[in-house]
Design a protein around this ligand. Structure first.
Ligand SMILES: [Zn+2]
Length: 198
């Protein structure tokens, strides 16, 4: 079935809150029987974490369709720390970003004509993201309205997200919309979902 993941990124939690919140979320998922406290690196290819929690007896409650008896999901990696997350095959740059003030869309990768980021357009975003990773604060200017917008407020293309807490479900059947909504409610924050392949 390949080495793929479904990821849920908390895009609102601060770097300081992320660790304690991760602990509470693991407690909650263990309590629900979705995962156990046993860790395994089997089939985990997350960038900064090399092991995850083994599925629990009730894992099927989180997925949309558990009718395939041969489908056994892999571990759930919990990623703590301010980082950028990409879905799909994962370019490291966002294809575009929309300014929350003036709604102007800054195109960074001009698909389908081009497949690489325009360096001079991406650079201010890259710098802002680097500062945010380092300190928790970083901005990039909007070329249309001139506002200096925090990188956590720019509206990125769907496959690009900034967050300090993420959950990688390795090899799980597609998670149900209900479960994703419940997880987001437990977090108390807005989330972004990605699918991707290692
Ligand atoms: Zn703007």
């Amino acid at each position: 079935m390949g080495d793929y993941f479904e990821r849920i990124v908390d895009v609102e939690v601060t770097g300081e809150e992320a660790g304690p919140l991760a602990g509470r979320m693991v407690d909650w998922m263990v309590g629900e029987g979705l995962i156990t406290r046993e860790l395994s690196s089997d089939g985990v290819y997350s960038l900064t974490v090399d092991e995850g929690y083994v599925p629990g007896p009730n894992w099927a409650r989180a997925v949309a369709d558990s009718s395939d008896p041969d489908w056994l999901p892999g571990p759930v990696a919990v990623i703590v720390g301010r980082d950028h997350h990409v879905g799909g095959q994962g370019a490291d740059e966002a294809a575009y970003a929309v300014c929350p003030r003036c709604r102007n869309k800054t195109v960074i990768i001009d698909y389908p004509e081009e497949f690489e980021a325009k360096e001079e357009v991406w650079q201010p975003f890259k710098d802002g993201i680097a500062a945010w990773k380092e300190t928790g604060e970083g901005s990039a200017p909007c070329s249309a309205c001139g506002a200096s917008v925090p990188v956590t407020q720019w509206q990125w293309e769907p496959d690009f997200a900034l967050g300090a807490l993420a959950f990688d479900f390795w090899g799980w059947p597609p998670l149900s919309a209900r479960f994703c909504a419940t997880l987001s409610r437990q977090l108390g924050h807005r989330t972004v979902e990605h699918m991707g392949k290692f």
